[in-house]
Design a protein around this ligand. Sequence first.
Ligand code: FAD
Length: 317
Amino acid sequence: PQLTSLLRDRITPFHTFEFFPPRTEAGLVNLLDRIQRLASAPLPSPLAVSVTWGAGGSTADKSLELAEQVVKLGLEVILHLTCTNMPKEKVDQALERCKSLGVRNILALRGDAPRSEEYSTEPNPQPDYFQHADDLVRYIRNNYNDYFCIGVAGYPTPHPDSESSDKDLEYLKIKCDAGADFIITQLFYDVEGFLDWVRICREKGITQPIIPGIMPIQNFASFRRLVNLTKCPVPEAISSDLIPISSDDSAVKRYGAELATKMVKQVLESKLVPGIHFCTLNLEKSVRTILENLKWTSTSAPSIEKSPLVRHNRLIE
Ligand code: FAD
């Protein structure tokens, strides 16, 4: 089913997991075992599993293969799909394949230029059919009607290409108006800043459910790299906790899981979001610890307020 229809009658928070397709067959087998363990009792079952898409379609076959295997595990899939730096035919092929697999959720993304093209001064000989994610949202809506439930990316810290946060929000609204049903956010560590951003989205008339992307800190070097890449602010308290333990990988992992647990509780207490999207980096331990810490079962999870924002979404009325 579509994510929004799964959300319709839900009164407790949900979680989704994000995985990227492994390069090798052995890696795929290991990952599927991990996904199955993470989706089995006593852990609460994920509402959906999202599968990333390499920019330019570089992982098309492997992403679709992972999506197929996840469907076979009996789990819902959200396929990420980028639309630039690759022929339009690849988008069509992916959407048709999703239809044949019964995958009904697409996270519609622009994607980034491959590194080698980033600083190229040569004009692109074949201009992209799609320029931005809103083009892809519109394309899917026009060609597939309501078959797909469409998600888009949201940026609590404006996207690095944006002129301003106002402009970034304007474009997020355009993506939503083009037919998006839900928003998954870029990772963040400043919870108050995130909640303020959600409130601003609502003030701007963005009514789609917003699912916060939570990435547990797994090790200090990768945390630093991601923070630099996304330019997301890190609260002083987190930096000063992390610096003294930065060379102790297991202490960082433990801290990361504790911090993510606190963040999840705090964002859900706000009643502004209906669930959590965990960026797993294909690793099991941290998300398992977080879910164990949260002690969610279908009955003990904190209830979510059925906000009119969710109910007013056109696909779930
Ligand atoms: P857009 O919405 O097109 O925005 C990109 C920039 O252009 C922003 O600055 C925006 O303000 C501006 N903009 C938007 N619309 C317009 C417009 N109509 N006119 C002018 N300017 C506009 N990348 C991958 O390659 N594979 C993945 O699987 C993947 N998964 C992701 C999952 C999540 C939850 C997130 C947050 C990001 C993911 N990305 C992924 C990264 C994403 O592709 C990059 O961040 C990319 O640079 C922007 O994608 P977008 O869909 O947000 O683009």
